[in-house]
Design a protein around this ligand. Structure first.
Ligand code: PHE
Length: 371
């Protein structure tokens, strides 16, 4: 920084303008590089210092010896220069340049927060449930820890019946002293919520029940000891097997496309009579036969049937504990159908997933594909 004051060539306005312009430019230049507090303080002393400051020198050299008529134009320009210096010093201390010096690199990319998405299994449950909501069904949920009564007995699986073997599960420990119907286990299907709903509500009933279920199954590419089901229950006057067929045929077309066909095979479930397994025409080959449908043209997707009168009898026995005259589930007056399907199986078909384990792995590369 120079300490000398420019020579004043005269007191006329152009001479004054030129002299002050030199000083103003000098200040502007210096102000552009005031990155630290120290530089700002040096700048202040350089211009405003009481003894050696530039303004003091200007005042001594130009103002004091000026003729009276030149004092006013000189003073005005002097004040403008002083204001300029003061404004520089009043500006906020952290400018972009000083932020950089303090170690904040504003050219770095910002934090990228990715919004979460629903898990593909949840999405599949929502899709299925939505199809039935459009048919006037509502949604019910139930506990994952169930009693033997709701999971088996009321669904017409008598104690020691071989049908229980297909649905082995985790039993809660230390309950040998309880009556068998009260013993707790992890539910093996969503069907116990049929019983809970009918005990609590009179017909007409149209519900879907999505949820988690447990079985003693070894994990492989298509099995998992914990998986998900969606149950359906419809109870009303004059419900027939053709209502069941029409409802499921519609639902499969809504889920997999209107070209899909359905067919019903005799099957067995203790809580439905008659019972059926439902197959859909292979969505991969259109029924011609391929590896996915084991060259049969058909894929088995769900179980269903007409509600067994023994189930209505178990429900009625429970309801009569509260109202001895209850007759809401008299099988002479009402009938119903039920169905159940595996969510993983549907999700695997819809998305071409070949290993069920991927749904539970938490591998972001897999999950991100559904974003
Ligand atoms: N609960 C049966 C199962 O898990 C499926 C099913 C539900 C069958 C409703 C018929 C009616 O295997």
């Amino acid at each position: 920084m120079t300490d000398t004051i420019p020579q004043l060539t005269g007191y006329d306005e152009p001479a004054l303008d030129a002299a002050f312009a030199t000083l103003s430019q000098e200040a502007t230049q210096q102000a552009a590089s005031l990155a630290t507090e120290e530089a700002r303080e040096n700048f202040r002393l350089h211009w405003l210092g009481r003894k050696q400051g530039r303004l003091k020198l200007v005042s001594d050299a130009w103002l004091k010896s000026a003729p009276i008529e030149a004092r006013k134009p000189l003073g005005m320009r002097f004040n403008l220069l002083k204001q300029q210096i003061e404004q520089v010093l009043e500006a906020p201390a952290v400018s972009l340049t000083s932020a950089h010096v303090q170690g904040i690199d504003i050219s770095l990319p910002g934090t990228n927060r990715q919004p979460g998405i629903a898990h593909p299994l949840l999405n599949t449950m929502h899709e299925v449930v939505r199809v039935f909501h459009h048919l006037g069904y509502s949604t019910n949920l139930g506990p994952q820890v169930e009693s033997d009564f709701y999971n088996f007995e009321a669904l017409n699986f008598p104690p020691n019946h071989p049908a229980r073997d297909t649905q082995d599960t985790l039993q809660i420990a230390g309950q040998q002293s309880r009556p068998s119907r009260d013993r707790l286990l992890m539910r093996t299907h969503t069907s116990p919520v049929q019983i809970r709903t009918m005990i609590a509500q009179e017909p007409p009933i149209r519900i879907v029940i999505p949820g988690k279920v447990h079985r003693n199954d070894a994990a492989d590419a298509t099995h998992s000891p914990i998986f998900h089901q969606i149950e359906g229950l419809c109870v009303d006057t004059n419900i027939t097997f053709s209502d069941l067929k029409g409802t499921l045929d519609h639902a499969m077309k809504a889920l997999f496309g209107s070209a899909v066909k359905t067919r019903f095979f005799p099957s067995f479930f203790p809580f439905t009579e008659p019972s059926a397994d439902v197959q859909i025409s292979c969505i991969f080959c259109g029924g011609a036969g391929c590896r996915k449908c084991k060259h049969s043209g058909w894929i088995e997707l769900l179980g269903c049937g007409m509600v067994d009168p023994a189930v209505f009898a178990a429900v009625t026995a429970e309801r009569r504990k509260i109202n001895p005259d209850d007759d809401a589930y008299n099988p002479e007056k009402i009938t119903g159908f039920a169905f159940g399907m595996g969510v993983e199986r549907i999700a695997m078909m819809l998305h071409g997933v070949s290993d069920i384990g991927q749904f539970y792995s938490g591998d972001m590369r897999f999950l991100e594909q559904f974003a």
